[in-house]
Design a protein. Sequence first.
Length: 59
Amino acid sequence: MTVGLLSTIAAVFYGGTVSILALTATFARRRTLRHEARSTLAVLVRGRAVEPHQADGRQ
């Protein structure tokens, strides 16, 4: 396998993972699942800040 092919496979895998997490962070029914997906996205996509979780449960 060439380096270009491996890079393409990695890019597709990364893009798919970020896309699934973005959809989960947007459309999940449970608030905790949305929050966990947003936290994971913040790790994978640098420069994106996670909104702080408020003590009273509102976001």
